[in-house]
Design a protein around this ligand. Sequence first.
Ligand SMILES: [Mn+2]
Length: 268
Amino acid sequence: MSIYVMSDIHGCYDAFLSMLAKICLSDTDELILAGDYIDRGTQSYEMLQWIGRFPPNVCVLRGNHEEEFAAYVDLMLMLDRREGLDTDYSSPEDLAALYHSVRYWIGHNMPTGRCLDVFDVYGTIESLSQQKEITLGDLCGWAEMIRKMPYFKELDVGGRRCVIVHAGYPEGNGKAAEGFESREQFYLYAREESIRSGGVKNGMVIAGHTPTILKEEFAYHEGKVFRFYDVKKDCVFYNIDCGCVFRNIRPEARLACLRLEDEKIFYV
Ligand SMILES: [Mn+2]
């Protein structure tokens, strides 16, 4: 039995399926997905469908893109109620109309007037609405699914405490973490802080969120998995976001999968 971890699939459903085939995931293996299934790529719908019915040996954690998606759905519901739009939960046309109302409302009420700064930043809801004819009921179902996703998963790997999380795991048990309002914000948004003020004593943290193809970022490693060992904390840090969604513009970008028991890395 093996445990595999993947992260930041970002709508690359075909690459995700290729990876499942490559690692020959069986029912006795465990797969942990560290968030950001949607946005940027073209197959967010397929990813949402897949994580809506994932098998019991899969653990689906929350990424910042899921959290934001659920917040956009909340905003749509809020406006629907406030303006008395009475959107039909099973009508694709009604959802399209509500979507445009939200954009119009933001355009007229936000200081910047720029809707895409605050709502549906990657246009995912718009393309789901236009291309897949989804409904408000579908969106509410996905938002509910997202709210059930845990922020992190802890397990024992060869006697070491191992935490899998989307971006970072703050050290200690304090309520807040360096530069962040809450632990939850750190779980979802930490970048170099994930190493500087995060970690697990005598353990391991596996995260994604910062693509290893970005030269200006701490995790830069030419599109390969980034591994760092902190001697003081006796903690191994992994960043496994190898930027797969940028593959068409960056040849070094790819999808990675880490097998925990021997730290073997697979790429597609
Ligand atoms: Mn992220």
